[in-house]
Design a protein around this ligand. Structure first.
Ligand SMILES: Nc1ncnc2c1ncn2[C@@H]1O[C@H](COP(=O)(O)OP(=O)(O)OP(=O)(O)O)[C@@H](O)[C@H]1O
Ligand SMILES: [Mg+2]
Length: 555
């Protein structure tokens, strides 16, 4: 065999050219102690706080405590097969999660691994789980409404895009329901929703996902689930992960997002568990000293960005569960002070059938007012005060004292307004419809309607208006204002409806009875004609069926 020296020199030259003096160093440590989702690691001397680590079983971790001779890390994932002496690698990166459009409609764990069996995520975009909140110059004040579709909230506790509104209440008072209805109400809009479930039963979350799917809300929703069965570190990190997934749309797509953290009490409990295991000193209620920062650094990331940054928004609806209505406990007071207002749900109202069970007296929205739809602001302006007065009067009236006519009237009006503000679950309402019915109530149009028929009235009235005076609804939707002309138009229509409703001849909305408008009557007859034709067709079809049946028997 002949050796070609040129070949050898060319190979050597290439090798020399591509040679670089660097060599790759991977820093490795060993586990000293592992259990309960945390590990103590020796040897990672250059490790940074918050750095992502890789365990030998593939689980990821985060460096939490940097101590003199070891570091304390939390393990985000499986830890049962890790043993003392196993190796841990540094990654030189902070914890990241996949983000992007591909996540929409999916159910994922906090690290972005699919939980819905719909195959792997095809995204190549990532975002750091922990990131800085935008500064003051990067923000602008809240100015667009985020409609929840819930009458009591949109009228009295309006939420704006970029706001943080706390949903707080005891167990089973409808906290999740408020958040889910709000998500459902974003249908057809431009808001991407992220629902972060922390420490809930997997079956509860499955129920929520099913509801969102049935209502079509999954088309614009990401569900991040850190169920009660998952290790505490995953529950702790889940809200930040969900926030990062929403931030992608806010920063990079200039979009609007809604993040629900359901709930932060459980996240705080998981953080307490981690901290105690890592031997951080316990403080009040055994939470570590920085538990305020746990929630403030999460909620500060919600914002309405300035126009320079694209004017996207991230609205946060954190949920806090109280024990026996105790709002002055440590975590509730913290989160109340961080957020821009709270929706307070109380069991007394819930069990009295007033649902959503919002205590109007102590629920507030500190910034949403400037974002409220004008028409709603006009019709609901005095609602909160009226209801508060009503509650007082109601308590007074229970003493059995004789009431003067004016007081009695106020009471009667109050009972009807309470009825109007009741709303079933999964029935978010369009803002124009909300304005119409609240307007009718506050103008006293329902004063003669028996309290137990108010909800029936509401349904009938709205159907009637939509069927016969769609122009009113259209105008209201378009302008969002209740102008004097509109009121002049609306008032007689409403009176007509009330009269026929009370006479028991509640007009069939399709028939358009009760109006004197010629045009409407024309429409009505046409529709009636159509209905008759349809009936006739049905009858014919029936006849045909019969015949067929007969034939069958004959045969
Ligand atoms: N507006 C409503 N009308 C009728 N029922 C409702 C309404 N809101 C909630 N509910 C019902 O009340 C129950 C509790 O609601 P939900 O699960 O939302 O409460 P929660 O406060 O989130 O409970 P938990 O503390 O268990 O998380 C559910 O069965 C729900 O269907
Ligand atoms: Mg709930």
């Amino acid at each position: 065999m002949r050796i070609n020296p040129e070949e050898i020199t060319s190979v050597l030259k290439k090798e020399i050219e591509t040679y670089s003096g660097e060599f790759q160093v991977e820093e490795e440590g060993t586990i000293l102690e592992v259990g309960d989702g945390i590990a103590r690691i020796y040897g990672l001397t250059n490790c940074m706080a918050g750095e992502m680590l890789e365990f030998s079983n593939g689980s990821k971790g985060v460096a939490f405590n940097l101590e003199e001779s070891s570091i304390g890390a939390v393990i985000l994932g499986e830890y049962h097969d890790l043993r003392e002496g196993d190796t841990v690698k540094r990654t030189d990166a902070v914890l990241q999660v996949p983000v992007g459009e591909e996540l929409i409609g999916r159910v994922v764990d906090p690290l972005g691994n699919p939980l819905d069996g719909k195959g792997p995520l095809k995204t190549d975009k990532f975002r750091a789980v922990e990131s800085d909140a935008p500064g003051i110059a990067d923000r602008q004040s809240v100015k667009e409404p985020l409609q929840t579709g819930i009458k009591a909230i949109d009228s009295m506790i309006p939420i704006g895009r970029g706001q943080r509104e706390l949903i707080i209440g005891d167990r089973g008072t409808g906290k999740t329901a408020v958040a889910i209805d709000t998500s459902i109400n974003q249908k057809g809009g431009d808001v991407i929703c992220v629902y972060v479930a922390v420490g809930q039963k997997a079956s509860t979350v499955a129920g929520v996902v099913q509801r969102l799917t049935e209502t079509g809300a999954m088309d614009y929703t990401i569900v991040v689930n850190a169920s009660a069965a998952m290790p505490a570190p995953l529950q702790y990190v889940a809200p930040y992960c969900g926030c990062a997934m929403a931030e992608y749309f806010m920063y990079e797509k200039d979009g609007h997002t809604l993040c629900v953290y359901d709930d932060l009490s459980k996240q705080a409990a998981s953080y307490r568990q981690l901290s105690l295991l890592l031997r951080r000193p316990p403080g009040r209620e055994a939470y570590p000293g920085d538990v305020f920062y746990l929630h403030s650094r999460l909620l500060e990331r919600s914002a309405k960005l300035s126009d320079d940054l694209g004017a996207g928004s991230l609205t946060a609806l954190p949920v806090i569960e109280t024990q026996e209505g105790e709002v002055s406990a440590y975590i509730p007071t913290n989160v109340i002070s961080i957020t821009d207002g709270q929706i307070y749900l109380v069991p007394e109202l819930f069990f009295a059938g007033v649902r959503p069970a919002i205590d109007v007296g102590i629920s507030v929205s500190r910034v949403g007012g400037s974002a409220q739809v004008k028409g709603m602001k006009a019709v609901a302006g005095s609602l909160r005060l009226d209801l508060a007065q009503f509650r007082e009067l109601e308590a007074f009236a229970q003493l059995g004292t004789e009431l003067d006519a004016a007081t009695q009237r106020q009471l009667d009006r109050g009972f009807r307004m309470v009825e109007i503000l009741k709303q079933g679950q999964y029935q978010p309402m369009d803002v124009a419809e909300q304005i119409l019915i609240i307007w009718a109530g506050s103008k006293g149009k329902l004063d003669d309607v028996p309290v137990d028929r108010v909800r029936e009235y509401e349904v009938g009235f709205l159907d009637f208006i939509k069927a016969t005076h769609s122009e009113i609804v259209e105008q209201l939707t378009e302008t969002g204002e209740v102008s004097e002309e509109l009121e002049a138009l609306l008032s007689p229509v409403c009176d007509d409806f009330t009269r026929s409703f009370l006479e028991g001849t509640a007009p069939d909305p399709r028939a358009g009875a009760g109006t004197v408008d010629d045009e409407d009557q024309g429409e009505a007859t046409e529709e009636e004609g159509a209905a008759e034709a349809a009936d006739a067709a049905d009858a014919e079809a029936d006849g045909a069926d019969d015949q067929e049946g007969d034939e069958g028997e004959d045969a």
